[in-house]
Design a binder for this molecule. Structure first.
Ligand code: DGT
Ligand code: CA
Ligand code: CA
Ligand code: ZN
Length: 575
């Protein structure tokens, strides 16, 4: 968790330096370091203790010292002192998505606003559109950004929630008397964002478990504290709800507190019709009060005549009828995943070498990884000219020639240009094993044009997969408008796969769209959009979306063997 805090401080540092018009090289160094820390999932504290921080890419002596300082003191003096040198309120303004330091400075001066609230008022009163360089559109975008910021504050994404939950579960497991622990609520259902984080423990000594949480460093404030339930706020303002129940009702409580509320309402209706009652203590016969189940969650469902329903499906979207009819999907599982597509390396904006990536893929037991670095138009990401791509292909061939269980596929993430054409010529694409098409520019073109672009790309025989089809970045950028139903039809007829991007800020397609895509007969593919090898494990977030979309292995390209995959790619090319 610490690396996220430090990354946020480095970003803040860069913003503040930029606001003060300071050295652009320093600004860039902080931004790079922040990016690298965000994607780092190793043990930062251990690395610091071994004085090896400088092995992280983009971390020199100066930044290493700042990281150490933060780890030791929980503070970064350089940031503190810089903060004192800008007007108060600026820090929050800088968090508004789409509002850079330069614009923030201009707006505060011209409008004499100093807080996000005042800026919002100014925008609503249309006092911004008249400023030089602005206009109605920019004013609207600013308002949107303020909205996104507010919503982003309300809910946390899985990339934050899952690691936090794992630490909390470990803490609870160590508390005296605790025999079982689990997440519950929206986190157990793996919704894309989590309101508050629900935890459940079975214990004979509930007060001890709650005390462990309250006395831990995760607790900044106690909101509520009873005999079976505690709610706390973490230092980041996230709410944790912990319930502790006796072991004999763990299953019933887990079922109840996993929700969703809508799923539980349906379940209780069903129970009522059978003369039964379900609550957080168990399943009971209404007439006699006899208890039929409670210790195990599966028994709760069984007592109601249902198969156990995976938590990801519990949204009252037909899962109870399916369970009754014995027609629940055989959801895709982690073991079914044979590889990952859309992997970046040092050849464009990733941080690792091809051989490091191959090693990490092998360690995960994968059969294949598609290396998909950026194409030349994406200059900010060091997109590769054809000559560099060819060079990379040679290196991939050489690595594959060494043998081993994992095959690197020669691929590219190719920009779909404004007119729907691809950023590499077809003759180059034809030499690749796997082609990902992405929109990274012209988001403002409007729905019709964006949809046309995607469809044009799918009509290219070499385009295997469309990446992040709606372009959203949670908390930063709304999805661009696109006619998804038209995209699904084109994907189906052209034989192009659509991505479930597993990055916790993207998760794009999302669960509902992915389910509709599947119903439209579209092939889907999970990919992590990995920029450094420790992000390969984020496949778990994409897997959660796939499960929430009711996907089975046959719906996902990742579950194909290498030969099946290559055959699938070839079918489109030879249509
Ligand atoms: P969130 O926190 O907004 O992401 O969503 P949840 O689903 O985690 O909701 P939360 O934390 O309010 O409650 C956790 C679960 O507990 C919920 O999914 C179902 C159960 N639950 C909570 N309150 C009620 C209630 O008033 N009625 C019913 N039937 N179930 C409830
Ligand atoms: Ca919750
Ligand atoms: Ca809750
Ligand atoms: Zn990418």
């Amino acid at each position: 968790m610490k690396q996220h805090e430090i990354a946020a401080l480095f970003t803040q540092m860069a913003d503040l330096l930029e606001y003060r018009d300071e050295n652009p090289f320093r600004i860039r160094a902080y931004r790079r370091a922040a990016q690298n820390l965000e994607s780092f999932s190793g043990d930062l504290e251990r690395l610091a203790a071994e004085r090896r921080l400088r092995e992280l890419s983009g971390i020199g002596a100066d930044l290493a010292e700042k990281i150490e300082e933060y780890l030791q003191t929980g503070k970064m003096r350089a940031v503190e002192s810089l903060k004192r040198r800008v007007p108060p309120g600026i820090l929050e303004l800088l968090e508004v998505p789409g509002l850079g330091p330069k614009t923030a400075k201009l707006l505060t001066k011209r409008l004499r606003v100093s807080t996000v609230g005042e800026l919002e008022e100014a925008a609503k009163a249309h006092r911004i559109r008249g400023l030089p360089g602005f206009g109605a559109k920019k004013e609207e975008n600013l308002l949107k950004g303020i909205g996104v910021l507010a919503r982003g504050r309300e809910r946390m994404h899985l990339g934050i929630a899952v690691p936090l939950a794992n630490e909390l579960l470990a803490l609870l497991r160590r508390a005296p008397g605790v025999s079982r622990v689990s997440t519950a609520g929206s986190l157990r259902r793996m919704r894309e964002t989590i309101g508050d984080l629900d935890l459940l423990a079975a214990s004979t000594r509930p007060l001890k478990a709650m005390e462990a949480l309250r006395k831990s460093s995760f607790c900044a404030r106690v909101l509520a504290s009873g005999r079976t339930k505690s709610s706390i706020l973490t230092p980041d303002g996230l709410q944790i709800d912990l319930r502790v129940v006796p072991p004999e009702s763990f299953g019933a409580a887990l079922q109840y507190f996993t929700g969703s509320k809508e799923h539980n309402v349906r379940l209780r209706e069903l129970a009522g019709r059978q003369g039964l009652k379900v609550n957080e203590y168990g399943v009971f016969r209404l007439k006699t009060g006899k208890r039929l189940a409670g210790r195990e969650e599966a028994d709760v469902y069984k007592a109601l005549g249902l198969a156990w329903i995976p938590p990801e499906l519990r949204e009252d979207c037909g899962e109870i009828d399916a369970a009754k009819a014995g027609r629940l999907p055989s959801l895709v599982e982690a073991e079914d995943i044979r590889g990952d597509f859309h992997i970046h390396t040092r050849w464009s904006d990733g941080s690792d070498s091809l051989s490091r990536v191959a090693k990490a893929g092998t360690a995960r037991g994968y059969q294949y990884l598609a290396i998909c670095d950026h194409s030349p138009s994406l200059k900010v990401a060091h997109g590769m000219p054809v000559r560099r791509l060819r060079e990379q292909m040679r290196e991939i061939r050489a690595l594959n020639a060494r043998g081993g269980p994992l095959r690197l596929l020669m691929g590219a993430e190719v920009d779909i240009l404004g007119d729907g054409s691809m950023d590499y010529p077809d003759a180059v694409l034809a030499d690749l094993d796997f082609v990902v098409g992405s929109i990274h520019s012209g988001f403002g073109q409007g729905e019709a044009a964006l949809t046309r672009r995607l469809i044009a790309a799918m009509r290219n025989p070499y385009v295997t997969l469309i990446a992040h089809p709606t372009g959203r970045l949670m908390g930063q950028r709304e999805p661009y408008p696109v006619d998804l139903e038209a995209v699904f039809r084109a994907a189906k007829t052209t034989g192009t796969a659509l991505e479930l991007n597993a990055h916790p800020r993207r998760l794009d397609l999302n669960d509902a769209s992915a389910r509709r895509a599947r119903e439209a007969g579209v092939m889907l593919a999970l990919s992590t959009d990995t920029h450094s090898v420790d992000q390969l494990e984020q496949i778990a977030f994409g897997l959660a979306v796939a499960r929430r979309a009711w996907l089975e292995p046959r719906h996902l390209l990742n579950c194909f063997t290498l030969n099946q995959l290559l055959a699938w790619v070839g079918r489109k090319r030879h249509k």
